[in-house]
Ligand binder design. Sequence first.
Ligand SMILES: *[C@@H]1O[C@H](CO)[C@@H](O)[C@H](O)[C@H]1NC(C)=O
Ligand SMILES: *[C@@H]1O[C@H](CO)[C@@H](O)[C@H](O)[C@H]1NC(C)=O
Length: 317
Amino acid sequence: MDAFHIFAFAFSLCFVSVFASTRIVNGTDALEGEFPFAVSLRHNSRHTCGGTILNEKYILSAAHCVCNDKRYGFEPFGWLFSPRNSSAYSIQYGLNEITTEATNVVNVKKINCHNFDSDKLIFDCAVLELESPLPDDGSWKPVTISKDFDTKSPQTGIIIGWGKTAQDAPLSRKLQKLQVDIFDDETCAAAMDNTHHICFGAMNGGACNGDSGTALLVDNQQVGIASFITNKCGIATKKHPNVYSRVPTYFDWISNIMARQDKEEKQDEEARRQQEKQDEEARRQQEKQDEEARRQQEKQDEEAKRQQKKQDEEARR
Ligand SMILES: *[C@@H]1O[C@H](CO)[C@@H](O)[C@H](O)[C@H]1NC(C)=O
Ligand SMILES: *[C@@H]1O[C@H](CO)[C@@H](O)[C@H](O)[C@H]1NC(C)=O
């Protein structure tokens, strides 16, 4: 399968969903609170992709959901993996059943794109910073991302998402889950790249448009990010696997982005505090000067009054 063919499907996994939509094929409804870290990523208030909560301020998703790419970027060509305008994006958290209303919605402040390569379909990973921290209301929990997951042997995993339930079906309003068969390195290497990808199949099901950016989970840890499919929705076989970004490969990048941004914010906060302190000090100095000036003025007025009184008395005499 040539790169363009693969890419065309990857493209549709997210972008079609903006206009049409898709969800996990042949999944079942997730239980209430079963995946408290799952979020819907909204573009102009409509579900477009998914993501997971890293902590109260950061969301993990796929780069192709929020970053320009060199082939189909909306911006001028050459804007490789540059972030799109974050003001169009928000997330909806803490709900199994997503809505079009602004319930549990927080805006995205900053998009961090990894070196997304739309030809090789690697580095399909992005970290979103939220405009305000998620409230501590018990409706969500952070996900644990895996640092050391390997695919030396086949195993099962769970995929989740609000994507289409069939090639021509609409998006699912309810979060779906599906057990999948993760292929071992040997099987995946035939179609993909084991450093950046995890391949899996499923009996009569799999990921579909609108699932991009959601999680592949093994033992309750996130090991993959929904990236692309290599055939129609609902076909996930060894020959035509579903392909997710391999989270352990991006673990350090994800951690560093969060650490760097927290540090930058701390520095901004410190600078703001210093400025406030200086402003406060300047205000105090000004008050002191004003007070001193008023005292001087009072003294002069007092003196002037005394002089006047003296003159008046002398005049009367
Ligand atoms: C992003 O979009 C908003 C709203 O449409 C606009 O006001 C802002 O200028 C845009 N920012 C950039 C960097 O294009
Ligand atoms: C769902 O799975 C069943 C068999 O378990 C299959 O007959 C059906 O075609 C599948 N649905 C889709 C949309 O693939």
